[in-house]
Design a binder for this molecule. Structure first.
Ligand SMILES: *[C@@H]1O[C@H](CO)[C@@H](O)[C@H](O)[C@H]1NC(C)=O
Ligand SMILES: *[C@@H]1O[C@H](CO)[C@@H](O)[C@H](O)[C@H]1NC(C)=O
Ligand SMILES: *[C@@H]1O[C@H](CO)[C@@H](O)[C@H](O)[C@H]1NC(C)=O
Ligand SMILES: *[C@@H]1O[C@H](CO)[C@@H](O)[C@H](O)[C@H]1NC(C)=O
Ligand SMILES: *[C@@H]1O[C@H](CO)[C@@H](O)[C@H](O)[C@H]1NC(C)=O
Ligand SMILES: *[C@@H]1O[C@H](CO)[C@@H](O)[C@H](O)[C@H]1NC(C)=O
Ligand SMILES: *[C@@H]1O[C@H](CO)[C@@H](O)[C@H](O)[C@H]1NC(C)=O
Ligand SMILES: *[C@@H]1O[C@H](CO)[C@@H](O)[C@H](O)[C@H]1NC(C)=O
Length: 737
């Protein structure tokens, strides 16, 4: 009988599911619920006339269970249960005496007494056990969606147990509260396990859970419980990224009977080092050193990069999902993942691609412990780089900063909240002196507005009807701080021009460019040329030779030039455009084009202690799209006073044989050096990442010939490999990659 049914089922299954044309909304919603249970079993509930209800076990059979399991996306049922094995439901008992023949697509097509017609009680609620195998291509995962319907949990938070703790952010321990459509409610702790705590800590932005200290229990709550438990019987496995993915039960609003003998759930979480207040504990916490996030606009998001053989590479997005993304988030000291991005949503990497089809379960300590496939160059391209957005703890930093006077929500004078000696809080401006892109980056990050497009030292052109006093000066950031208060600044305010029109301003942006030099092309194209002076008049005019050239006996003699090609890619998410408008571009008659940036790159040769022995010159260029990746069209060109810039996905190529594309090494003695190219060195134009703007090579010069080794962009190597590299002039033999 069983075999027969199964055979029948398989025949029916595929026509049903492949030709499904009924719109999703019209289909009967079915869910599995109850406690304790696994994801493929539970009490059956049906959503009818806006209400969830159960099925009575009278006349129930495995055939009914098959129909239900299929409807839920499982291939078949392995069993069914009676007498409310997964707990009693509440509300309606929708169906009774159900008799399916096995060919039905939905339980509502089976014979029964009709909707809501039943003489049962909830003690007779039926359940099913489905085979843990999904119908191929079945998209509507009712099992996971079960709690996302009308009982959707929108948010979770912790109410600190001691009220004074509310001031210290982040809040790491307290009473769990969940937000659903009617407001906030507590969670019943009956049957609570540390695995539930882990899931909640992850949602709150914390990588680890703590066993709650004894003093932390609901009997010593300063604000005693509201005794309203919307959620109970939570049974997470610990790998879920959201509470809604765990088996759990909802109570009717204001019913108190569902947590008899229990208390509100109280949890304690361990923050990552970035968010740890206690500095002695902070030092003890380790985060992963072979995984990082790059190119994200906000804290806790970015392209996933992994370190192998001392070199960073990316992860391909095939099968990239939330459990794998969460492993990355947690190992970096954040919570679980909020989103797992595919298709290079956080920009494309430049180096190797190391992993494909990463399949973490969710409890791994590192992405390196998860199963994955090694990649071959045919498998994947950087267009498929995986990225994440992690849950991060609420720090309240955005409440201590605001912008005013700008034309849009994304720009304005920066104001910070500060307290006078009496503790009165007030807003005040920041002195514009020394305010640069780095400070603006921190301000935009703190505001939650993404990247800094510009840092402004003068803001007189913005509305100044409600300006406040200046309260901060001498701000100096490294660029990676979470808030301006973490940057250096004067103890007492000192500002030459204290008027509001000279206060610091920002223009923030969700997307900016990111320029990167192709290091291997530099290495491949390098050579020496002795160029006669009579061919260098134009170059001298553009300041492309070293100082000693002025003393040469023009036009007799020559200069020794280290030549190479530069291919500059824009791997960011916005076009790179010169800061200066075209009205201020300078015409260079010699080369017959406009220069839009004074200093676009530095080309230098450094000795062992970092001293410049030859300076490339101020390399000012005309920016354009020389070529682009497939599917991207060129937008910028120099000719005919054209628009200058580099489009996302395109590159600007300066061939080794064009004028000024060199370092003048006429005065350099033979030896070992480091050759360095820095793009956009003054950070004049916004980029998402400045750590990849420098490219370095080991350089050996014997007086006649020149060799470059280990050419790499600034952030491509591990710190340890970078230290080895810097020592190169002393020891020659350590090829790194
Ligand atoms: C709650 O904590 C207090 C100490 O603050 C302790 O005496 C009490 O036994 C604890 N209660 C429970 C149920 O753990
Ligand atoms: C629940 O009870 C509180 C007071 O005890 C009341 O304010 C609230 O409106 C009730 N909510 C519902 C949904 O009945
Ligand atoms: C920091 O943590 C250590 C170790 O748990 C503890 O001894 C110390 O008192 C804490 N310091 C502060 C300021 O909380
Ligand atoms: C990937 O390649 C490395 C060597 O490059 C090897 O050690 C490793 O076992 C391979 N991993 C897989 C999953 O094939
Ligand atoms: C602080 O409070 C004292 C007494 O209320 C008052 O005299 C003084 O002006 C206050 N100082 C500031 C900076 O507001
Ligand atoms: C200036 O402040 C006044 C009073 O608070 C307010 O009505 C007005 O809109 C503000 N002007 C601007 C430009 O913000
Ligand atoms: C960098 O240059 C090398 C050598 O010419 C080339 O093979 C490679 O495709 C270039 N990389 C990119 C991303 O264009
Ligand atoms: C290091 O720099 C100093 C000052 O620029 C210079 O005098 C010294 O010779 C340099 N040392 C080496 C090893 O290049």
């Amino acid at each position: 009988m069983e075999q027969l049914t199964r055979g029948l089922l398989l025949v029916l299954l595929f026509p049903c599911c492949l030709t499904q044309t009924t719109p999703r909304t019209d289909r009967l919603k079915v869910r599995l619920t109850g406690f304790p249970r696994k994801h493929n079993e539970g009490r059956v509930e049906l959503f009818h006339k806006g209400e969830w209800g159960t099925i009575c076990d009278d006349d129930f059979s495995i055939v009914n269970a098959h129909v239900l399991c299929r409807q839920l996306g499982f291939v078949e049922a392995t069993g069914w249960t009676h007498s409310a094995k997964y707990g009693k439901g509440s509300g309606k008992i929708w169906l009774d005496n159900v008799l399916c023949s096995g060919s039905e697509k939905s339980i509502e097509q089976c014979k029964s007494r009709g909707w809501g017609n039943s003489d049962c009680t909830h003690d007779e609620d039926a359940g099913v056990v489905c085979k843990d195998e999904r119908i191929p291509g079945f998209v509507d995962s009712n099992v996971i969606d079960a709690h996302v319907d009308e009982n959707k949990i929108e948010e979770v938070r912790l109410q600190p147990v001691v009220v004074a703790a509310k001031k210290k952010l982040p809040i790491t321990e307290g009473v769990v509260e969940v937000k659903y459509k009617d407001g906030w409610a507590q969670v019943c702790d009956l049957g609570w396990t540390i695995k539930n705590t882990r899931v909640l800590c992850g949602m709150l932005g914390f990588p680890h859970e703590r066993k709650k200290p004894n003093s932390l229990n609901s009997s010593n709550l300063e604000h005693p419980s509201k005794s309203y438990f919307h959620v109970h019987s939570v049974a997470c496995t610990g790998t879920e990224v959201h509470l809604a993915a765990c088996p759990l039960e909802f109570s009717k609003p204001n019913s108190t009977s569902t947590c008899v003998g229990g208390s509100p759930a109280v949890i304690s979480c361990m923050p990552g080092p970035l968010f740890m207040q206690n500095s002695s504990l902070k030092k003890k916490l380790k985060i992963s050193t072979n995984v990082r996030l790059k190119g994200g606009a906000r804290l806790g998001e970015g392209r996933v990069e992994v370190l192998k053989d001392s070199e960073w590479g990316t992860v391909c997005d095939d099968r990239w999902n939330l459990p794998s993304a969460s492993v990355v988030c947690r190992e970096l000291g954040f919570g679980s993942a909020k989103e797992a991005f595919t298709g290079a949503r956080m920009g494309q990497g430049m180096g190797p691609i190391y992993m494909n089809e990463v399949k973490c379960v969710g409890h791994e300590k590192s992405i390196w412990s998860c199963p994955f496939r090694n990649i071959t160059s045919e498998d994947c391209q950087h267009m498929e780089d995986a990225a994440v957005r992690c849950n991060i703890p609420y720090m309240g930093l955005e409440n201590k900063i605001r912008i005013t006077g700008g034309r849009t929500q994304n720009e304005g004078r920066v104001e910070v909240l500060s307290a006078d000696p009496n503790g009165t809080l007030s807003w005040g401006l920041i002195c514009g002196e020394g305010w640069s892109t780095k400070e603006a980056m921190v301000a935009c990050r703190q505001l939650g507005l993404g990247y800094a497009n510009q840092g402004l030292q003068e803001t007189w052109y913005w509305d100044s009807s409600n300006v406040t006093d200046m309260v901060m000066s001498g701000v100096k950031c490294t660029g990676s701080e979470l808030s301006l208060s973490q940057c250096q600044h004067h103890k007492t305010i000192s500002c030459q021009k204290a008027a509001a029109k000279f206060s610091a301003g920002v223009i923030c942006s969700e997307t900016v460019s990111d320029l990167v030099l192709n290091a291997s092309l530099v290495q491949q194209t390098v050579y020496i040329e002795d160029r006669p002076l009579h061919m260098l008049y134009c170059a001298a005019e553009e300041d492309c030779l070293s100082k000693s050239a002025a003393k040469a006996n023009w036009p007799y003699g020559h200069r020794r030039l280290l030549r190479f090609s530069s291919q500059i890619h824009n791997i960011g998410r916005a076009d790179f455009k010169p800061k200066a408008g075209r009205h201020s571009w300078v015409w260079h008659a010699c080369h017959a084009h406009y220069h839009s940036m004074d200093i676009f790159t530095h080309y230098d040769l450094l000795n062992a202690n970092g001293t410049k022995v030859a300076e490339g010159h101020k390399a000012s260029f005309c920016l354009e799209d020389t070529d682009c990746h497939e599917g991207v069209s060129k937008r910028y060109e120099c000719a005919n006073f054209g628009d200058q810039g580099i489009t996302v996905g395109c590159w600007d190529l300066y061939r080794h044989d064009i004028d000024c594309q060199w370092i003048d090494i006429t005065d350099v003695k033979p030896g070992n050096y480091i050759m360095q190219v820095v793009i956009n060195p003054n950070q004049e134009v916004a980029e998402s990442d400045f750590t990849n703007n420098a490219m370095k090579c080991n350089c050996k010069y014997d007086g006649h010939r020149i060799w470059l080794h280990n050419c790499h962009i600034g952030d491509a190597f591990s710190e340890e490999a970078e230290r080895r590299f810097e020592k190169y002039p002393g020891q020659l033999n350590n090829k790194i990659s």
